[in-house]
Ligand binder design. Sequence first.
Ligand code: FAD
Length: 614
Amino acid sequence: MSANYTFDVVVIGAGGAGIRAAIEAHLQGARTALVCKSLFGKAHTVMAEGGIAAALRNVWKEDGWDVHFRDTMRGGKLLSNWRMAQLHAQEAPDRVLELEEWGAMFDRTADGLILQRDFGGHRYARLAHVGDRTGLEMIRTLQQKAVALGIEVLMECTIQRLLVDDGRVAGCVGYWRQTGETVTLRAKAVVLATGGLGKAWRITSNSWEYTGDGMAMALEAGADLIDMEFVQFHPTGMVWPPSVRGILVTEGVRGDGGTLRNSTGERFMFRYIPEFFRAETADTEAEADAWYEDKKNRRTPDLLPRDEVARAIHAEVRAGRGSPHGGVFLDIASRRPAEYIKRRLPSMYHQFKELADIDITKDAMEVGPTCHYAMGGIRVDADTAATTLEGLYAAGEVAAGLHGANRLGGNSLSDLLVFGRRAGLYAAEYAKGRPKQAAVDRAAVEAASRRLAEPLERKTGEDPYAIHADLQEVMHTLVGIIRTQADLDEALIRIAALRERQTRVAAWGNRRYNPGWNLSLDLEAMLTVSEAVARSAAMRTESRGGHTRDDFPKPDPEWAKVNVVTRKRDGRLELAKEPLSEMPPELRDLVGEQAKPHAESTDMEATVPAGKPV
Ligand SMILES: Cc1cc2nc3c(=O)[nH]c(=O)nc-3n(C[C@H](O)[C@H](O)[C@H](O)COP(=O)(O)OP(=O)(O)OC[C@H]3O[C@@H](n4cnc5c(N)ncnc54)[C@H](O)[C@@H]3O)c2cc1C
């Protein structure tokens, strides 16, 4: 059985980016649908904790879009799309104020302004927040706005394929999770806002939704992906007990006073300050402690960008200076009173109390790196969020460019608002210019529908859960925080074998709310994006941001000039190096010496003894 709908704009994904895009498309007069595979209001964005980065200047008057732009480019190791970084820094404050106007209840300064907190890699306290539950408030506000506007929401509906007619998007096909029935949506424009891909790794902070669907669908339909080698490992996930390994411990803990120590009690981050950040990073404990109290000194190295801190923790554990369960210690209890911790970090307090029986107002937490965020994804135009396939737009974590080689904390939530709005705006404009819908290819719909049924029709075959677990093991051990050519080659062989097994995957039962069947369908996307990550990582023979090669431990200035692009042609992934667009001189001046065209050194990373993942 199949249901059919027709819209001007279909937005796939109802996280921060998707809802913001749908609101904008609707406000522009487009007949808009918002589709999501979870319940409405349950997207991954609800898990966001620390805040939204925007140079509101409520805490530091010295801040401004130019400093935010500089921090983003430096955090991204000069690989960020400069135009996206500029638009993001310039527009984020308005998007936050708009969210407040729509009802978001931010924490406040003594003067009643939106309070901002410190986060890694940001020069000034810049993150607008609601305790450590900012994502929840963001989704609550956007959801309420979308409902008030009467936007059509199709929830628990998983989209599997984009439909293409004569080189432009014509809609999409998927199934209702509740009944298993096929659904076809015709649309003049489609916005992909499906989030990331972290469920392909064993230790991850990501939700069940993060199976790389949007990236795989875009690739299949003919659009480009870029920067797939850059996967962020957040330095602080829970490491104990095993059932909760990977769950995030917000950077807000360090922003609010938490410090990292190894098993000898040493604050080891002082040994890992890269040249690039030395001028503004404290190099003594006394200076770092002073910063925590008055915020005027150079910042503590505990708040270096995430790639630096994750590699440092990895190195400490490898050197035998880790905590009992393979992490390091994060201590806020010795600096802040219990009442402050409970007020500023209520979710962290409850998370550790309930899941690990640790009282963080008294004891240190054990933390270690966890797969967290995809910097890579669908290539988009900076201004319009248009992909390389006509009529297809993308925003949020599924899209690439803004964060370059490494995302700064807080820059995702602002990304969702800035580029979610732009994607909705330009998708609606495109739809307006197309009085007629594109034709829907019945054969493609039927083929997609047949593929959906296949796992259920096989009487025997491969177990989807076993394939998923094996893929997670491959990605964790061979395509993790530290990579080598030999490991990546091995990963590609194993991914190919898993892909072969996936063609024989069988699911028990029927189509109604069947997670085994749903997973058997998700595997295709996870395998595709995993291959794209491993191939791109093998191509980039240097270390930069979230991509660390044991066999090429330094950044190479030549690689600072190119993106690795992934395309699918004749059923195979093809990779190419393509030049970045040149940054205008006035923006280069904001970033500093390393961004100059003929800079000799791009030595932005601390050199860390590498090795196998922890
Ligand atoms: C624990 C945690 C804390 C974080 N804290 C912060 C923070 O403080 N600040 C910050 O800036 N960033 C933070 N991040 C990152 C940030 O939350 C995410 O990058 C961001 O929320 C992604 O939003 P999105 O709109 O792109 O996608 P999501 O919010 O993930 O939404 C994706 C949507 O797509 C839908 N979907 C997916 N596939 C399909 C499909 N095939 N068919 C139909 N629908 C589909 C899903 O159902 C969902 O509705 C955090 C991340 C985690 C995991």
